[in-house]
Design a protein around this ligand. Structure first.
Ligand SMILES: Cc1cc2nc3c(=O)[nH]c(=O)nc-3n(C[C@H](O)[C@H](O)[C@H](O)COP(=O)(O)O)c2cc1C
Length: 384
């Protein structure tokens, strides 16, 4: 019997990477990454709803060789999971976006660059190659939208993701308590936090303060403060189905709507031309009362059928969770904080480590379930 070989046995689970990340980055960066909104019950509900689903193992299957290769939108991915958009990622670890893009192309999984990333599509697109997706928050000005879409296309991005679940900024109480602001205000408290994380501080000093690099272009001669205020007034608050259809018409590749939890919205997305519906509550960061995406997945799958691909994120923390989502109808699964924990904990090796950990965990779980292909997940007996 072959035991899974991980790059570093000190971190066999996502929770080990989270613990290490917390010790390696300043408290304010940790709070930005790890927090949700309100009392954070949505974030906890996401994880609980997944772990409450049990899968009945099957035995006596002899020698099996599970495969998790997954084809989507004409691309063969090595696994059915990827890295979703994360804004301002270089706050957690300098050059995190490029580390993700590299892990994506090396392992053949998607990396979705955010509109509010701290790196550009021009830099990251050539690293992620065929595996790059680009996420759009809706700019109000048509010329900015058109330019961002063109830049993403010219940089080689394959799939466009439109995020729908940020109609308004959420409260993010824990971030406020931590004194987080962009640009960071260097109060004595924040300065002390930075001094306690010398490697992060030095690397950040060499890279330079993270900025909204995609948006910088639209605020010529603007300092970070002006860019932040521009981003706040320009992005969001304007998305409707007409807007979505315009974006659909501007992109000659797959378009996915992210942040869908309602069956009606899923049906409308398909009607408006979406190739994919991404079931997500933004990791519990937007609306505390929202249901766990896994709990609405079966109804959305029933409503959408095979008319569009279905993606899911929020609370996924293991290969077992990815299989739970597959069993309930997801074509593809994304993990936000886990990939960032990996990079904050292990730097350039983090993306690779999270990939290996999830890959082996999926294969291990498939042996327990006695299945060789992900298609067989629909036959696995579930107990709630
Ligand atoms: C720090 C952070 C920043 C995020 N930034 C974005 C973003 O810019 N655009 C977006 O569509 N989603 C963003 N998300 C949401 C993720 O894409 C994803 O939906 C979420 O992290 C999934 O939940 P999980 O962290 O429990 O896996 C962000 C999430 C985190 C944790």
């Amino acid at each position: 019997m072959r035991v899974a070989k991980l790059p570093d046995d000190r971190y066999p689970a996502i929770s080990d990477l989270a613990k290490k990340a917390k010790k390696r980055i300043p408290h304010f960066a940790w709070e930005y990454l790890d927090s949700a909104t309100g009392g954070e019950t949505a974030m906890h509900r996401n994880a609980k709803a997944l772990s409450d689903i049990t899968m009945v193992p099957r035995t006596m299957k002899g020698i099996i060789e599970p495969s998790i290769e997954t084809e989507m939108f004409g691309i063969k991915y090595s696994a059915p999971f990827g890295i979703p958009p994360i804004g301002y990622t270089s706050l957690m670890w300098p050059y995190a976006e490029q580390i993700f893009a590299k892990a994506a192309s090396e392992h053949r999984i998607p990396h979705c660059l955010s509109t509010v990333a701290s790196d550009t599509p021009e830099n990251c697109g050539k690293i992620s190659g065929d595996y790059g997706w680009f996420q759009l928050y809706p700019p109000r000005k048509q010329e900015i939208r058109t330019d961002i879409i063109k830049r993403a296309k010219d940089s080689g991005y394959h799939t466009l993701v439109m995020t729908a679940d940020v109609p308004w900024p959420s409260m993010r109480e824990r971030q406020r308590r931590a004194g987080i602001s962009i640009p960071p205000k260097i109060t004595p408290k924040i300065f002390a936090q930075i001094c306690m994380r010398p490697e992060w501080a030095l690397r950040t000093l060499f890279r330079g303060q993270p900025n909204f690099d995609v948006m910088k272009k639209y605020v010529p001669q603007g300092d970070l403060k002006k860019i932040v205020s521009f981003v706040g007034s320009e992005l969001g608050g304007c998305l409707d189905w007409d807007y979505f259809k315009k974006v659909r018409d501007q992109w000659d590749g797959p378009v996915v709507l992210k942040g869908v939890l309602s069956t009606d919205d899923a049906k409308l997305a398909v009607k408006a031309g979406a190739d994919g519906v991404w079931v997500s509550n933004h990791g519990g960061r937007q609306f505390e009362a929202s249901p766990a995406p896994i709990s609405v997945l079966p109804d959305i799958k029933k409503a959408v059928g095979t008319k569009a691909k279905i993606m899911l994120d929020s609370g996924v923390r293991s290969g077992g969770d990815i299989l739970r989502a597959k069993a309930l109808g997801a074509d593809f699964v994304f993990l936000g904080r886990p990939f960032v924990y990996g990079v904050a904990a292990l730097g350039a090796k983090g993306g690779n480590h999270v990939y290996e950990l999830l890959y082996h965990d999926m294969i291990n779980n498939m042996h327990q379930l006695g299945i060789t292909s992900l298609d067989e997940m629909k036959n696995v007996e579930l107990k709630f």
